[in-house]
Design a protein around this ligand. Structure first.
Ligand code: FES
Ligand code: FES
Length: 141
């Protein structure tokens, strides 16, 4: 009954027209994958980044979210915001900024938290992958 009204129009827009839905090959060395879940509701979000290894800039991003409208909208916003940004900047995006942008009600704050966690997890995965590749390269020398 209050379902429709509870969602702000920006949420509906991102839900109806989510940006950057899709996935990259997680074995691509320039791709970082963040897979996170919300214990509160069981929703799952996968966010992936493609990084320019020379500059550390996120050149592309995509996501797949199994979850509520706010979680889908949050991942859509997150993917838009991180594209073209250096990883070091993207990592400091706050769930409160996403929540504010979408005017999420308090009960939906954990949905935007999922997006913040997913960004951090994707960057962490990318860095771990590069570090591992670096170790392997120096070992084979
Ligand atoms: Fe999580 Fe809607 S899918 S509450
Ligand atoms: Fe759980 Fe939105 S209700 S992510």
């Amino acid at each position: 009954v209050f379902g429709q009204r509870a969602y702000h129009e920006k949420v509906v827009d991102h839900y109806d027209n989510p940006r950057n839905v899709g996935s990259f090959d997680k074995n691509d060395p320039n791709v970082g994958t963040g897979l996170v879940g919300a214990p509160a509701c069981g929703d799952v979000m996968k966010l992936q980044i493609k990084v320019d290894e020379k500059t550390g800039d996120i050149i592309d991003a995509c996501f797949k979210t199994f979850g509520c409208g706010s979680a889908i909208a949050s991942s859509s916003v997150a993917s838009e915001w991180i594209k073209g940004r250096p990883m070091d900047e993207a990592v400091s995006i706050k769930n409160s900024d996403i929540a504010k942008h979408l005017s999420l009600p308090p009960v939906k704050l954990h949905c935007s938290m999922l997006a913040e966690d997913a960004i951090k997890a994707a960057i962490k995965d990318y860095k771990a992958k590069r570090a591992k590749a670096g170790t392997e390269a120096s070992q084979s020398e």
